[in-house]
Design a protein around this ligand. Structure first.
Ligand code: SF4
Ligand code: SF4
Length: 334
């Protein structure tokens, strides 16, 4: 997929006083583990004075159809938290409970589901969930590739929020299902950043790997996917992170780097809050993302995002890696 008439860079907003770098706020360059802080896609309630105006601008330019889907997200979010039934239902231990939760999540609309312990670093600085909710259930629903074809444009932007509406619904129903069985549970199906960082949770839960474009890549749908999380006190058997060959391809591919209009995607990994990983330059991406009314170019041009290609790509990449290892093994033994 190729971007269709992306807005020119010259239209980017100009600030009378440049805001504090979002990269600094994000902890770019920090080698020690620190909690993330809110920068964008959020509300003043979480404290975000630096990029508040840009966030407001973005919210003001979204088309009516997108706004309507956004209101539906809010409607479902009312049910993300709520009272827990007084009596606990025994779901048969962590393995059986994990299987039951995954089946329920799929029944409620999730395309992919994984489970991981909730860690301190999965939370934004203000949040304190890990003590109450030790497990996280990561969920993903793909976008319709045909509706993403005008990117960046009103149809693709509306499709993104439509999928968040589906996630918000799935999260509400799964959270209620668990609370009705006596287990404290809270859902996060909001496209904004609230308490949790969705991507590290999804990676540890085995949904996929982090790509160079800073988004999750899963075997089934590549980066053509949106994520949500449900946290619970119910003990669940965790999944393991997967290796589908994303690292092998991102090391050489430059598709997203070349197609990103403001050149926000770096070719090398960087230190971010104590982790050496792929990182997108916030100060370049966010202004462009906002004038485009939501930009998804990088995640759609990615070869993984093509319908049906992911499983084949994973198979080929892992096979190639195996062949390379076999070739170098005798040399290493000499
Ligand atoms: S990094 Fe940002 S600006 Fe660049 S393609 Fe991705 S969303 Fe668009
Ligand atoms: S477009 Fe290429 S480099 Fe970018 S995330 Fe996808 S595979 Fe990796």
């Amino acid at each position: 997929m190729k971007p269709v008439a992306p807005p020119p860079l010259a239209h980017q907003p100009v600030y009378p006083v440049p805001p504090r770098s979002g990269n600094d706020i994000n902890g770019l360059g920090a080698r020690e583990k620190i909690r993330a802080r809110h920068v964008f896609h959020t509300t003043p309630a979480y404290g975000m004075p630096d990029w508040f105006l840009l966030n407001r601008f973005f919210n003001a330019v979204v088309p009516f159809a997108t706004l309507r889907q956004g209101l539906a997200v809010r409607w479902w979010m009312r049910r993300h938290a709520g009272p827990t039934a007084p009596t606990r239902v025994d779901l048969g231990g962590p393995d059986a409970a994990a299987a039951a939760v995954k089946a329920a999540a799929k029944r409620f609309g999730a395309a992919i589901v994984g489970i991981t312990p909730l860690l301190d670093g999965d939370q934004y600085a203000h949040a304190d969930l890990a003590g109450t909710y030790p497990f996280a259930i990561a969920l993903g629903i793909p976008m319709d590739r045909a509706r993403m074809a005008d990117l960046p444009g009103p149809r693709s932007n509306t499709e993104v929020i439509r999928v968040y509406k589906e996630l918000a619904r799935t999260v509400a129903l799964l959270s209620e299902w668990l609370r009705a069985r006596g287990w404290k549970t809270k859902g996060y199906g909001d496209p904004g950043s609230t308490d949790l960082l969705q991507i590290p949770i999804a990676v540890r839960a085995g949904l996929g790997e982090l790509g160079k474009h800073g988004s999750l890549i899963c075997r089934e749908h590549g980066s053509n996917i949106r994520l949500a999380t449900v946290v619970t006190e119910l003990p669940l058997a965790p999944d393991r992170p997967v290796d589908i060959g994303v690292e092998d391809l991102c090391a050489h591919c430059r598709r997203c780097t070349l197609d990103c209009p403001p050149a926000a995607i770096a070719d090398a990994k960087q230190w971010v809050r104590g982790e050496f990983k792929w990182y997108v330059d916030f100060d370049k991406c966010a202004p462009y993302f906002s004038i485009a009314g939501g930009c998804a170019i990088c995640i759609q041009v990615c070869p993984w995002a093509e319908d049906g290609r992911g499983p084949l790509l994973a198979e080929q990449l892992l096979k190639k890696r195996g062949a390379r290892a076999a070739k170098s093994a005798p040399a290493a033994a000499e």
